[in-house]
Design a protein around this ligand. Structure first.
Ligand SMILES: Nc1ncnc2c1ncn2[C@@H]1O[C@H](COP(=O)(O)OP(=O)(O)OP(=O)(O)O)[C@@H](O)[C@H]1O
Length: 420
């Protein structure tokens, strides 16, 4: 077993490997100026590094040099301490997951075939591959029995992207490269995919390098954010907190943009809030018992869970008909506990309940978040940020926090909208 395939020792649960770039330069043929000019960078094992910067600054070129889709003109790249040139290109790529926008699935192959490309190349036997396909579908939130045999054209954009992620993870590589992975989907699906990726990463602790145009995505997803200028010159490489609170220079400041104190909302997670615990019911339970329980709790709606404690629906008590609780069959927009407060507000807006059902790893039910909890939290953050930045908070060029929270419903709307 080589360093690339082995689990990194020393950090509990980390299966990723450190990536190092030393003086790496890429000059494309026929070009005078380097696309990437002498970049040196270390991405610690088990972390997510988000690459951001203006179009053409060299993000994708830098990323693609890590799996040798592009060969550097000079400099050295190592993974897990091993120079990537010490392996054959094909072998190297089998140890690096690669996920790109839209999933880029093969249209003539079923979902299972798409996911199993690399395990097949690695010579895994068919029962191991089939078990792995099911495990990965479960991990990315798709029911294996339903999706295994489908073709890409039978999937939504978000589902295709999930399969793309499953394919990138298939052979359990220590390193995953992602190029604008969530660029082609609508904002709510994008948020869910980001949350799922964070949830998966919490279990797997790979080393992930991800290119994005979106500074908010970088701040949300990254353990570290790399802000690049033209020629892949590093403007700043720091944790999201430091990038937001202390931009290293004018370029980083401009890139992070106005209202950076507000962007800190993207750092606050739903898991930091006190979740409400309204009445829950399990499919198959006696409906009358559930109604009585809800009434005793003063709740006008209940969260219906499946036998594995995953939320299925959020019906009003008056909608509970028949003698047993059945799968309400509505599409429930869940909020992952790793979602940011900005995401929480967006999700709650599309819910008819003035709140959102929060889930943890593998979609397990955790509780409910409502507007009041979030706005209280935001107001406390706002006061803190204003105290920190003093007069700067009143700068007219900045987006004012109150603009962002004005979407919260009134108390009256809250009372009439749900039992919260
Ligand atoms: N195959 C190529 N041949 C010549 N020049 C190239 C090639 N690929 C990229 N470039 C140039 O190299 C520079 C960096 O490109 P790169 O795609 O790495 O940037 P990027 O930051 O990923 O951009 P974007 O955000 O627009 O995708 C750009 O000036 C681009 O025009």
């Amino acid at each position: 077993m080589t360093a690339l395939e082995s689990t990194t020792e020393g950090k509990t649960g980390v299966s990723g490997a450190e990536i190092r770039l030393d003086g790496v330069t890429k000059i494309y043929r026929g070009q005078k100026a380097p696309a990437v000019d002498n970049i040196s960078l270390t991405i610690p094992a088990g972390e997510i590094a988000m690459f951001v910067g203006p179009s053409g600054c060299g993000k994708t070129t830098t990323l693609k040099m890590i799996n040798r889709l592009i060969e550097p003109s000079s400099g050295t790249i190592s993974i897990g301490g091993e120079d990537i040139r010490s392996k054959k290109v094909d072998e190297l790529r089998r140890t690096i997951g690669y996920v790109i926008q839209g999933g880029s699935l093969f249209p003539h192959m079923s979902v299972a075939k798409n996911i199993s490309i690399v395990p097949k190349l690695l010579g895994w036997d068919s029962s191991r591959i089939s078990a792995r396909v099911d495990e990965l579908l479960d991990l990315v939130g798709l029911d294996p029995s339903k999706y295994r045999s489908r073709y890409p054209r039978e999937l939504s954009g978000g589902q295709q992207q999930r399969i793309g992620v499953a394919r990138g993870l298939a052979a359990d590589p220590p390193v995953i490269l992602m190029d604008e992975p969530f660029g082609a989907v609508d904002p709510i699906t994008r948020q869910r995919l980001q949350d799922e990726m964070l949830s998966i990463q919490r279990e797997l602790r790979k080393t992930i390098v991800c290119v994005t145009h979106d500074i908010d995505e970088a701040i949300k997803m990254g353990d570290r954010v790399l802000i690049l200028q033209e020629g892949a010159h590093i403007a700043q490489y720091d944790t999201p907190e430091v990038v937001l609170s202390s931009p290293a220079n004018e370029f980083a400041q401009d890139f992070v943009g106005a209202g950076s104190s507000l962007k800190r909302l993207s750092l606050a997670r739903v898991s930091e809030l006190d979740l409400r615990q309204p009445t829950t019911a399990t499919v198959g339970e006696n409906a009358e018992d559930v109604k009585q329980r809800a009434q005793a709790n003063g709740d006008r709606s209940v969260i219906v869970l499946d036998s594995r404690n995953r939320p299925l629906g959020w019906p009003w008590v008056r909608q509970l008909k028949g003698s047993t609780i059945v799968d309400p069959g509505q599409d429930l927009v869940n909020l992952d506990s790793r979602a940011t407060l900005n995401d929480a507000l967006d999700t709650m807006l599309v819910s008819g309940h003035g709140g959102a059902v929060v889930t943890g790893d593998r979609d397990t039910y955790l509780g409910v978040v409502n507007f009041k909890t979030v706005t209280d939290f935001i107001e406390a953050m706002q006061r803190e940020a204003e105290a920190e930045t003093g007069a700067a908070a009143s700068n007219g060029a900045d987006e004012h926090p109150s603009e962002r929270i004005s979407i919260a419903p009134t108390d009256e709307e809250l009372q009439s909208g749900s039992a919260q």
